[in-house]
Design a protein around this ligand. Structure first.
Ligand SMILES: NC(=O)c1ccc[n+]([C@@H]2O[C@H](COP(=O)([O-])OP(=O)(O)OC[C@H]3O[C@@H](n4cnc5c(N)ncnc54)[C@H](OP(=O)(O)O)[C@@H]3O)[C@@H](O)[C@H]2O)c1
Length: 296
């Protein structure tokens, strides 16, 4: 992507930082859209520009868009920013924009952000941006700070017993963050992705029990998995939610855990050579990264 001028929105985020590294490694001219409060991404080699602004502020978006050819959006579509971002792209005559959504919009559950995310996708799809693409990853994990698998790895490191609500047979297909970042860059570069959306996922689906066993194997630990009946756990959590203003666990989370979350990524493979790693490999990388940070 020689000297393509890209605005990266969400560059300070978990996924955005990996996208930034990949763009810089490819020689792109990157401007990061950051809030004044954002922690600036640390990149060992190469440079990027910064445009300060806020997704609530269309003028700051338009000012940032003046300097670029296209956009990679790695922030959330769950906070209602899509109409403003799309409008800013249209008014700035942006030719190409790749947006990160989530497979969570396909949930059968009544998740709070489902409506706003679905509306965001519709807004992008009906936009006048000549080449828009939507990438919907499954759960993203794979480096320290992933907010998903790191917690489970740390728990299994300490505990020989894992208690799970439900059977643990529901399928998951988590995405390694580097695969998601590569997908965003490849989707941006490929002419095949014009006005299309893609589900992306890890190499193979696994049950939650297999997720736990894979982590245990990679940690060289033996774990015993005990499952509790789903309904009483759900009812207890509902009660617990009523007692606390900011509950640590929500009843909906246990239902989501028991919902199948396996998604086919063959369209992404066909159109931009999406080729994710196995969960086993992803966990190996995550454990190494946790260790590296422990040792400074
Ligand atoms: N994490 C997952 O498991 C997962 C699963 C599926 C899909 N996704 C999707 O993947 C994308 C990346 O997720 P992530 O977990 O890597 O994100 P993240 O770490 O939460 O990062 C969010 C980014 O958005 C920026 N941002 C938020 N509000 C902003 C505002 N008002 N103005 C400007 N910037 C703002 C943040 O900037 P600050 O640094 O200033 O806060 C940060 O750079 C999102 O679209 C998410 O919905 C995530």
């Amino acid at each position: 992507m020689t000297k393509e001028k890209v605005l990266l929105i969400g560059a300070s985020g978990f996924t955005g930082q990996r996208v930034l590294q990949k763009l810089i490694a490819q020689g792109a001219d990157v401007t990061c859209f950051l809030r004044k409060s954002s922690i600036k991404p640390t990149i060992e080699s190469g440079h990027y520009k910064v445009a300060y602004g806020n997704l609530d502020d269309i003028e700051s978006l338009k000012a940032a868009l003046q300097q670029v050819d296209g956009v990679i959006y790695a922030a959330s579509l769950g906070f209602g920013h899509a109409p403003l971002v799309v409008k800013a792209c249209e008014e700035s005559r942006i030719q190409k924009a790749v947006f990160t959504s989530t497979t969570a919009i396909l949930t059968q559950l009544n998740a709070p952000s489902k409506k706003v995310r679905s509306q965001a996708e519709k807004c992008i799809q009906s936009s006048k941006i000549p080449h828009w693409t939507i990438i919907r990853p499954t759960m993203i994990y794979g480096l320290k700070g992933d907010r998903n698998m790191e917690r489970l790895v740390r728990f299994i490191q300490k505990s020989p017993l894992v208690i799970i609500p439900g059977s643990g047979q529901a399928l998951q297909q988590p995405n390694h963050v580097d695969d998601v970042a590569t997908a965003l860059v490849q989707a941006y570069q490929s002419p095949n992705t014009q006005n299309k959306f893609y589900n992306i996922s890890g190499q193979n689906p696994l049950t939650f029990r297999e997720v736990i066993q894979t982590i245990a194997q990679q940690l060289h630990k033996n774990v015993h998995v005990v499952s509790l009946p789903l309904k009483p756990v759900w009812m207890l959590l509902k009660f617990y939610e009523k007692l606390f203003k900011n509950p640590k666990f929500k009843a909906e989370q246990v239902l989501r855990l028991n919902e199948n979350k396996a998604f086919d990524h063959s369209e992404a493979k066909k159109d931009f050579s999406y080729s994710p790693i196995t969960f086993k490999k992803g966990i190996e990388i995550l454990i190494q990264d946790i260790e590296r940070h422990k040792n400074g």
